[in-house]
Design a protein around this ligand. Structure first.
Ligand SMILES: Nc1ncnc2c1ncn2[C@@H]1O[C@H](COP(=O)(O)OP(=O)(O)OP(=O)(O)O)[C@@H](O)[C@H]1O
Ligand SMILES: [Mg+2]
Length: 227
């Protein structure tokens, strides 16, 4: 394992390195200490998030959702060693490029519709299996392969949990809606495609979840009005 780690990204909670794990290209996600938190609380939160992340990656895989393979978990150095997803870009970068190339949203929808459908199907399967992601954004989805036959790889499960309450699922979708619309203007139609596909794969639970989503939206609006 004696190869060099190359810093790839510094997030809010973790540093991501490129590394070679016994010859396999890998990503090391190392959560660093937060000095503004009490050390005991910080250690406990870090360990909780690492466990949640690894657990949800495995559970999602068991449901047929692509997530990076976990190679090694180092609880002493707060590091997860995982497969590097090759030839991938974040859904965020993909949508941004499409919107730059095709400014007309109706035209762009021809490309964004299959993407939204795939995302909705994945979220439907995750929720049907009671996996709540906790931080659904377009940066936490990797798009792999050609646009004609792409796959989505879900990442960044540190805030995930297992819960069968429609409320938690509704909030999960709300987080995505807010993230999507604030990162990518005029993507209301894309979110609707996501919801439609979600209803197909999570047929039995979708109605209650969508009711909760509407409730959470209303709470959000009220908060905005009150200031
Ligand atoms: N297994 C992987 N293969 C390829 N790229 C990855 C992988 N894991 C993470 N990345 C890249 O690193 C970025 C950050 O990863 P991740 O979301 O897990 O960390 P984070 O600390 O939550 O970062 P952020 O604060 O940016 O969300 C991803 O958006 C993606 O571009
Ligand atoms: Mg992330």
């Amino acid at each position: 394992m004696a190869s060099e780690r190359i810093l790839m990204k510094q997030g809010a909670e973790a540093k991501l390195y490129k590394f070679s794990f016994y010859g396999k290209p890998c990503i090391v996600k190392e959560r660093f200490k937060k000095t503004y938190r009490h050390p005991t609380l910080d250690a406990s939160l870090t360990s909780q998030r690492m466990k949640s992340e690894v657990r949800a990656m495995l559970r999602s895989r068991m449901c047929g959702i692509f997530t990076p393979t976990v190679y090694f978990v180092d609880m002493v150095n707060n590091s997860i060693y995982m497969e590097e997803v090759h030839d991938s870009q974040t859904v965020r970068d993909y949508i941004m490029n499409i919107q730059k190339e095709i400014p007309d949203i109706n035209l762009a929808m021809t490309v964004l519709e299959p993407l939204g459908k795939k995302i909705g199907e994945i979220l439907g399967v995750m929720h049907k299996n009671n996996i709540i992601h906790g931080d659904l954004t377009s940066s936490n989805m990797l798009l792999k392969g050609q646009p004609s036959s792409f796959n989505i790889v879900m990442i960044d499960f540190g805030l995930s949990h297992f819960e069968n309450m429609p409320e938690d699922k509704g909030v999960d979708l709300y987080v995505l809606e807010r993230a999507l619309l604030s990162t990518h203007p005029n993507t209301e139609k894309v979110f609707q495609v996501i919801l439609d596909a979600y209803c197909v794969t999570n047929k039995d639970g979708a109605k209650e979840v969508l009711n909760k989503l509407e409730e959470v939206r209303m709470r959000g609006r009220k908060r905005t009005m009150v200031g």
